[in-house]
Design a protein around this ligand. Structure first.
Ligand SMILES: [Fe+2]
Length: 480
């Protein structure tokens, strides 16, 4: 059974107020009477109503003024106006000011009750609709958020979602630090960061504030603060703090249950993202040690991967690539030759001329790199960049014979960085070239082996007024 609807009657005529009281009281409504709009506004500031029955013509401030004031409320009750002056102008004006229905005095009791019932039903359906919108947001969150595997973008999305959904004055995400028992401030809205906000919360503070609960609200001077835990399996991963203005009513029961639902999902997503990040870091460490073991086999190529990463990032920056793309270049700079691990020392370290068969085996190394990296979750484009770093711009490279922009840009950049690093390093089969000689060689092969725009970017940087330092002088490499 539905709860007893609350109705506020505003009418200056005492007889009519009594009539309303008698009629509506019999129909399971809870009725409150007010004899003026001022009195009604005072009652509304303290209590919530489902419906207001408003007389339009009253001495002093009339019904239109009341309707106008009500528009400033965040969730105003539905208003049905009653009037002895049944003009179209009055009806239109009242509806424009937000009235839901209009009845003309004198009215039949049946007619009044029908109007009230109809309005309450429409209001209930509208509320359900807005609940459905909230449910939709929750569903959108689960699909959007659960697909995010990195902590930073996940927090970004969560902050935006909670900000739009609950419209607080400010929202803060404190995330557990792996080193200490504190929760560190990682994300906030609005930006820039509001002044005088603590940068961390200690575990004790959180325990004290929440007293074992997952959500806690407290009143502070001029605002309400809500703390909520982001719970992982068996431990708290973070705390979300909402600051609401004091005038905002506390969260409704529905809002609270939505918030709890959201936070449970968010906790799971955050835990996944943290695990994923830890896994990725562990994976990168493993890869680094694999690269080290590759380089340890060959004194001449020690530090080569690091150099390639360094030059590739310089080129990327010169070509104004995004930070994300620079990160990818740095990674594949390290990884691109990993497949050489699968090539025998006798071939890889051979000082004399390679036979065609041996050369064919060496040419397999980009494919081997891709095969080693394939089971791991890499950024989009990383695997291809490793696979195609020996393709030539004119289509005469390997392993696939791709040409021009069939070759991913990242691979074209790695190719230039790789060649420059190789030419300026000490190799058993070739002498070290000077910086000028190496740049001249890149220019000679501009448009044939290498992408002209990549060569141009690198050359303009190296021949510019402030060329970047050469990270490792060849002597240092051979002396390692
Ligand atoms: Fe290579």
């Amino acid at each position: 059974m539905r709860k007893q609807p609350r109705i506020l009657v505003i009418d200056d005529d005492e007889g009519i107020r009594r009539l309303y009281q008698a009629v509506l009281g019999r129909k399971n409504y809870r009725v409150t009477l007010a004899s003026s709009t001022e009195e009604a506004l005072a009652v509304l500031s303290r209590e919530k109503f489902d419906l207001v029955l408003l007389d339009l013509q009253m001495p002093g401030s009339d019904g239109f003024v009341f309707l106008d004031r009500l528009q400033q409320y965040e969730q105003p009750p539905a208003v049905v106006v009653s009037s002895g002056l049944a003009t179209v102008e009055n009806a239109v004006k009242a509806v424009r000011l937000g009235a839901k229905d209009f009845i003309v005095k004198p009215f039949k009791v049946e007619q009044l009750l029908q109007t009230i019932e109809r309005t309450l039903t429409i209001e209930a359906l509208t509320a359900e609709l807005s609940d459905l919108q909230m449910v939709r947001s929750v569903l959108e969150l689960s699909t959007a958020v659960l697909s995010v595997t990195e902590v930073e973008p996940l927090l970004e999305r969560l902050a935006d979602l909670l900000w739009n959904l609950f419209k607080p004055e400010a929202i803060f995400f404190f995330i557990r630090s792996s080193e200490t028992a504190n929760f560190i401030l990682r994300k906030y809205r609005p930006q820039p960061q509001p002044e005088r906000i603590s940068l961390f919360l200690s575990e004790e503070e959180v325990k004290k504030e929440l007293g074992g609960e997952r959500v806690g609200m407290k009143e502070l001077s001029g605002k309400r603060q809500l703390l909520a835990l982001l719970q992982g399996q068996g431990r708290e991963l973070g705390v979300v703090r909402f600051d609401f203005p004091a005038e905002r009513p506390g969260l409704t029961e529905k809002e609270q249950s939505f918030l709890s639902g959201l936070l449970v999902q968010s906790g799971i997503a955050l835990e996944n993202a943290m695990l994923f990040q830890a896994l990725n870091e562990a994976y990168l460490k493993t890869i680094r040690s694999l690269v080290n073991s590759l380089e340890a086999r060959d004194a001449y190529t020690r530090g080569h991967s690091e150099q390639v990463a360094y030059y590739a990032v310089l080129i990327g920056r010169q070509m104004k690539l995004s930070e994300r793309q620079l990160e990818i270049l740095r990674n594949i700079g390290y990884l691109h030759d990993l497949g050489k691990l699968g090539i025998k020392d006798a071939i890889l370290l051979k000082e004399g001329k390679l036979t065609p068969e041996e050369y064919q085996i060496i040419r397999e190394h980009p494919r081997l790199t891709a095969r080693i990296l394939e089971p791991l979750t890499l950024e989009e484009g990383e695997l291809e960049a490793c696979l195609y770093h020996h393709e030539w711009f004119n289509g005469r490279g390997y392993p696939a014979g791709l040409k021009e922009d069939q070759i991913p840009l990242m691979a074209r950049i790695i190719a230039v960085a790789d060649a420059y690093s190789a030419m300026t390093s000490n190799r058993p089969y070739s002498r070290v070239r000077t910086r000028e000689e190496a740049l001249a060689e890149l220019k000679r092969c501009r448009g044939s082996q290498f992408d002209a725009s990549v060569v141009d970017a690198f050359v303009s940087l190296m021949e510019g007024n402030e060329p970047p330092p050469t990270k490792f002088a060849p002597k240092e490499i051979s002396g390692l």
